[in-house]
Design a protein around this ligand. Structure first.
Ligand code: NAP
Length: 285
């Protein structure tokens, strides 16, 4: 029940209608009996500053931020967590007595999912596909965990990969190659890799017949992580599983980033199983 004391959290993005975050967070609030509610707010880019100002005026407790506002929201905040600053994107805002502080929980959510999948990153070698927002969070999370990596992105946007590789290299001090995403480079990079991360949107519904990696490049001993969570089992994960690799899906990362945001707002660790069940049911419609 909404009361006079109910704390309001929400999501700002455009679109937001497809998001499973409201269902996931409200299920966790209900399970813990917390007087909180989570609402979706569709905010067009031209209204982003007004929306953040409105959230301050309405004393909204916390926000998630999604496409296309994760970068544009940064200068509208009072403080940035160093990890969010490094990644260059904010997906969570905490209202701390009127001070709006930006965080990035995608990186921590990714590491939680890796841990739940039984992959210990320290000293390993990874190949990351993509150079967008998800890839930036993944690369900094891996670098922070002592993983060496190569970044592969499609040719026409290679500058993004070069920029990301330079940023990560400056952070961790390792050489990070940025290469065109093609079969030859994949074959070479995967030869001695322990982990492949698809951080592109290739394979996402409705294009779920697509995969970024040819099946014959997958082998036992290579763990495969797909950040795509819709469908739950992407073609890449299905083919990786058939090739005998350990597979980890984007749903674990989605729940992980949500759980970290929840904890930042409430100070309480939410029940992951309840969040995951709610998110999967919401995805299935
Ligand atoms: P983004 O910033 O738009 O980046 C998309 C990336 O995918 C870019 O590197 C892009 O390459 C690449 N890409 C798109 N189409 C491609 C194609 N046909 N072939 C090769 N590369 C292609 O998006 P994002 O925010 O990083 O999201 C990427 C995916 O991650 C989405 O599916 C999103 O739902 C998922 N995601 C999951 C979580 C989670 O918690 N599980 C969190 C965040 C995002 P170019 O640079 O060449 O365009």
């Amino acid at each position: 029940m909404i009361t006079g004391k109910t704390q309001v959290c929400g999501l700002v993005g455009d679109p937001v209608a497809h998001s499973v975050s409201p269902v996931m967070h409200n299920a966790a609030f209900a399970a813990l009996g917390l007087d909180y509610v989570y609402l979706p707010f569709r905010v067009q880019s031209r209204y982003l500053a007004a929306a953040v100002g409105g959230a301050r005026a309405l004393d909204i407790k916390g926000l998630n931020v999604t496409i296309p506002h994760k970068v544009a929201v940064m200068p509208l905040l009072d403080e940035l967590d160093p990890l969010a600053q490094r990644i260059g994107a904010v997906n969570t805002i905490v209202n701390d007595d009127g001070c709006f502080k930006g965080y990035n929980t995608d990186a921590g959510g990714f590491l939680q999912a890796l841990a739940r999948g039984g992959f210990a990153p320290g000293g390993k070698k990874a190949v990351v596909l993509g150079a967008g927002g998800a890839a930036r969070a993944v690369c900094f999370a891996l670098a922070d965990s002592g993983v060496q990596m190569a970044i592969l992105n499609r040719q026409q946007e290679l500058d993004w990969a070069v920029g990301l590789a330079a940023d990560v290299a400056a952070f961790c001090g390792n050489d990070i190659p940025a290469l065109e995403l093609n079969d030859n480079n994949l074959k070479t990079a995967l030869a001695d890799a322990d982990l492949l991360v698809n951080a592109t949107s290739v394979g996402m519904s409705p294009d779920d017949n697509k995969t970024p990696v040819a099946e014959n490049l997958l082998r036992p001993g290579l763990a495969v992580f797909d950040v795509v969570y819709n469908p739950l089992k992407t073609r890449l994960l299905a083919e990786a599983g058939a090739a005998g690799t350990v597979t980890i899906g984007g749903m674990d990362m989605l729940v992980g980033q949500g759980a970290l945001a929840f904890e930042l707002w409430t100070g309480i660790q939410p029940p992951l199983d309840i969040m995951q069940k709610a998110a999967i049911e919401a995805l299935r419609g």
